[in-house]
Design a protein around this ligand. Structure first.
Ligand SMILES: Nc1ncnc2c1ncn2[C@@H]1O[C@H](COP(=O)(O)OP(=O)(O)OP(=O)(O)O)[C@@H](O)[C@H]1O
Length: 601
């Protein structure tokens, strides 16, 4: 704002103070219409002061309203110089108070002079480099040249170049979004380079041009012929979830490895440019201020994955353990049942574990999930926040055997059974005397169970001791329809089946801490088996858990919305609770097809 110095030493000092402040404001808006705005403000303030009859203000008011001064004020450069001149004049005449001395010191200081000089330079449009005058008779067919001067400032140029196969011309191949060249607005894909730092590029290889660029310090000067039909960018920004890892430094095909954007499966990318069929430009949503980088296009990444996949030795799917179940006695059937809520029964858990070991069953159950990333290396995602009146999102916990998935799930549910519930599994085994249909299990015939499997109503299922066990979509739906948050644990192969518009699952990976940490924390932990009750974790169990977690992350990490390291049980439980609430109440990235399409899966 503008204030008027109404000091004891009269109107002169008031005038000086006012002019100084006005000048400072004018300085900040000297390049635009801001000056006249400043003047209007000054006049308003002065008219108020005139009414209050402040000494000398009337004169200043007349001065500022005069036509000649207003004309000057419309020219920022002149206006500024005029003020300085006025201030200096007035300072000579003014009584030498402390404030006047302070003002003179300010005006004489080097940084203030530099500021004035910068202002004058800009106002006179005195830019570097000074171009030679245009020759008088330019032939009509002469191509227009542009000279572009960029200050490098230790940043990469943010553009790639290529050599035209037929003409041999060196052209700008692409300009990276947010990079130096892009921010300058002076270089475009397709511009033909004629000279770089005064060196003609005709006949040079792109690598030689890059060398010139790399060696240049400070500024780089391009002489170029601008591209005639500059592509109009009508692209909309797209957000995708990476379904594969990508390391540009290990990709010999990338046009410029330094311009590549490395990413890991599961990361959300903002795609800003898809002009090139092979190389897109993207940023990570975790760092949107960074300049974009090159990523393989959908088509190209798919091709790369296919090539990579074919050249890999065959690896069995999630091969964790050799099976020990088929001939084991059913210790569960002879033990007294524990008062666990539904979904925690030992037979069901052992059945799941058996299914995990049975590669055959995985392939037959979810052929699409195993190699689905080959089909879609990027999954389009949108930001989704559940409406408070919508059903809750399904919470799925995934983790290697023994990591504590059930312990965490049980703690969550018992912490508030009104809010959280598990889905009651189905089984074909006979109901026991102490069991209740729908509490421990839904007891159904083998025929009904198989029908549910064929009609894709099972999220996962398996066989254990001749009986079928499984978690159905209907059982999950029942919990969600009751207004509760359904929390289930699932083998990762079942994730793809659960990822639907209806269930909108939020997937949490429970990760083991380091083996050293597990040795400390798992001293009293008991592994669940069907051959020993209360068996302690052995060293091999811990190693196997770590191995299994790595494999799960490598194969299914792209689907994990959140990862919790189960180190300290209390802390992991607290993290789980807050993650579950965040999933329900805060915006999250979800597949676009869950939200946008009418044909939602
Ligand atoms: N952070 C922890 N610290 C100490 N003990 C833990 C921790 N988390 C889990 N445990 C213990 O480890 C044992 C195995 O946990 P839990 O039964 O939950 O494993 P799980 O992941 O569900 O395995 P499975 O898939 O085989 O059922 C239990 O005794 C449990 O109390």
């Amino acid at each position: 704002g503008i204030s008027l110095n109404k000091g004891e030493d009269g109107g002169c000092l008031a005038l000086v103070g006012f002019l100084f402040e006005l000048k400072c404001l004018a300085l900040f808006c000297f390049l635009g219409s801001g000056v006249s705005h400043v003047l209007t403000l000054a006049l308003q303030e002065l008219s108020l002061l005139c009414k209050r009859d402040v000494n000398g203000v009337g004169t200043l008011y007349d001065l500022l309203r005069s036509r000649w001064l207003q004309a000057l004020l419309k020219n920022p450069s002149l206006c500024f110089l005029f003020y300085i001149y006025q201030v200096v004049e007035l300072l000579h005449q003014a009584p030498q108070s402390g404030e006047i001395k302070e003002l003179r010191r300010l005006l004489r200081s080097p940084h203030f002079k530099a500021l004035l000089s910068a202002h004058d330079t800009v106002a006179q449009k005195d830019f570097e480099p000074t171009l030679p005058p245009l020759p008088d008779n330019i032939p009509e067919n002469e191509e227009a040249m542009r000279i572009v001067c960029l200050v490098k400032n230790n940043q990469p140029l943010g553009a790639t170049i290529k050599r035209h196969e037929i003409t041999g011309d060196i052209t700008v191949a692409r300009v990276i979004h947010g990079g130096l060249a892009d921010r300058s607005g002076l270089l475009y894909a397709g511009d033909k380079l004629v000279e770089v730092n005064g060196v003609p590029v005709e006949g040079l290889e792109p690598e030689q041009v890059i060398n010139i660029l790399a060696l240049s310090q400070g500024t780089i000067m391009f002489k170029l012929i601008p591209v005639s039909d500059r592509p109009v960018s009508n692209q909309t920004t797209l957000y995708v979830r990476a379904m594969a890892d990508y390391w540009p430094l290990q990709d010999p095909a990338i046009p410029c490895a330094d311009a590549g954007l490395p990413f890991k499966r599961g990361e959300i990318l903002q795609i800003v440019d898809q002009n090139d069929a092979l190389w897109w430009q993207a940023r990570k949503v975790s760092d949107l201020s960074a300049c974009a980088g090159l990523i393989p296009s959908n088509h190209l990444l798919k091709r790369k994955q296919r090539e990579f996949w074919w050249c890999q030795p065959f690896q069995p799917h999630l091969c964790l353990k050799s099976s020990m179940f088929a001939c084991m006695p059913d210790v569960f059937s002879s033990t007294v049942p524990l008062p666990h809520p539904a979904g925690f029964r030992r037979s069901m858990r052992l059945c799941r574990r058996k299914a995990r070991l049975n590669q055959q069953s995985c392939y037959s159950r979810c052929p699409s999930s195993c190699y689905s990333t080959l089909a879609a290396p990027y999954e389009e995602v949108v930001r989704y926040q559940r409406h408070p009146t919508d059903r809750h999102r399904l919470i799925i916990l995934v983790g290697p055997a023994g990591v504590g998935v059930n312990e965490l799930r049980r703690r969550l549910i018992t912490s508030n059974p009104q809010e959280f519930q598990s889905a009651t599994p189905h089984t074909t085994r006979v109901q026991k005397s102490y069991e209740m249909n729908g509490r421990e299990y839904h007891y159904i015939s083998k025929e009904t169970f198989e029908n549910m499997v064929y009609s894709h109503r099972m999220l996962e299922y398996g066989e254990y001791k001749g009986y079928l066990y499984g978690t159905s979509i209907d059982a999950v739906r029942t919990v969600l329809d009751a207004g509760k948050i359904c929390v289930i644990d699932l083998e990762p192969q079942g994730i793809q089946i659960a990822r639907t518009h209806e269930l909108k699952p939020y997937i949490i990976f429970i990760k083991p801490p380091s083996i050293g940490c597990m040795r400390q924390t798992r001293k009293n932990a008991r592994i669940i088996t069907d051959y020993y009750v209360n068996m302690k974790f052995k060293e091999e169990d811990l190693q196997e858990m770590e191995e299994s977690a790595k494999k799960m992350e490598a194969q299914f990490g792209q689907f994990f919305d959140h990862v919790i390291v189960n180190d300290n049980l209390q802390e992991a439980s607290a993290q789980l609770l807050s993650a579950v609430h965040r999933a329900q109440d805060e915006p999250q990235w979800v597949p676009a097809v869950w939200i946008c399409s009418d044909n939602q899966p």
